[in-house]
Every structure is written in C-alpha cells, then in structure tokens.
Design a protein around this ligand. Sequence first.
Ligand code: FES
Length: 174
Amino acid sequence: MKLKPNNAADAKENSTKNMTRRQFMGAIGHTASGMAVAGGLVMVYKFLYPNVLLEIPSRFKIASINSLQPGSHVFEPEHRVFAFHDTRGYFFALSAVCTHLGCTVAWKSEGITGHKEGIFLCPCHGSEFTKEGDVIRGPARRHLDRYHMAVDEGQLIVDTSETVNTIEDMILKV
Ligand code: FES
C-alpha cells in the first residue's frame, strides 16, 4: 500500500531546510566579509609599520683607529660623513651636507691660498668650507655639521644625531 504524502509536513520540512540553507549562506557571507575586513586591517598595519627599516641608523662605525693613519680621511657615502685623522694626532667627523641647499661637498686636499690644509668645496653654488667646517665663502652661511665621535673596541663611532658646535667639542683625542 502506498502512503499518501503529508503535504503540510513536507512543506514544513522544506521550510526548515530552506532556513538552514539560508542561514548557512548567511554564515558564509559573514565569514567572507570578516576575512575581507581582517585582510584590509593587515594591509593597513603593514603600510603603517613596514618590515623594511627606511631610516638608516644615526650611530655607525666609520673606520678602525688603526686603518685611519695621521693625515688621512675617510668618506662614508650613506651618511655623507667625513672623518679625519689630523696630523696633530686627533680625530674628528663632519657632515658632507652643504648648509646652503644640501648638496654633497667634495674634499679638496690641495687647498687654496690661506687654507693649505685643504677645503671642502660645494659643486652646486661654490660654497667653501675649512677642514673644520667653517664657512670660507658663501652662499652657505653656516658651518658644516660637526659630530661627536667616540671609540668602541678600536672602532671610530659617529652619531649623526649628536652635533656639536665648536671645533674643540668635535675633536677626539685617543
Ligand atoms: S648647495 Fe652648496 S653652495 Fe648651494
């Protein structure tokens, strides 16, 4: 004997299945939205706090004491810093950034009249500076930045965040 289908019961069962499917689809939609928002937040975080260190550290080793012989100098291009070992026996470090508009000055060891020890010459507008960074000729109006130097395990350390005003404060005697 064939049973007659109960239309009301089937309709209710279908309704329950439909609701469940609807709820399931809704849950998937909410999950996808949540993942999209989370992904967006991760992207924003990576943008604000990138893994790459964009700033170079201000404190760095420029040379070993033994490698910088009296009367010689070294130029560190990343920080644009010169370090000298003066023939009088002391060390000092200067910025190579021209105080006019920021070009990199060049060291001219042959010097000019009255500055036989050598000068810094700016290739952009011709400013000249003494070996200790004082202005000889403009348009620059301020001396080159002078840095405090230190020695750590035989290495000469420069910190570009520590500028000093006077030549005396710049000099490092070892
Ligand atoms: S940038 Fe050096 S003189 Fe102008």
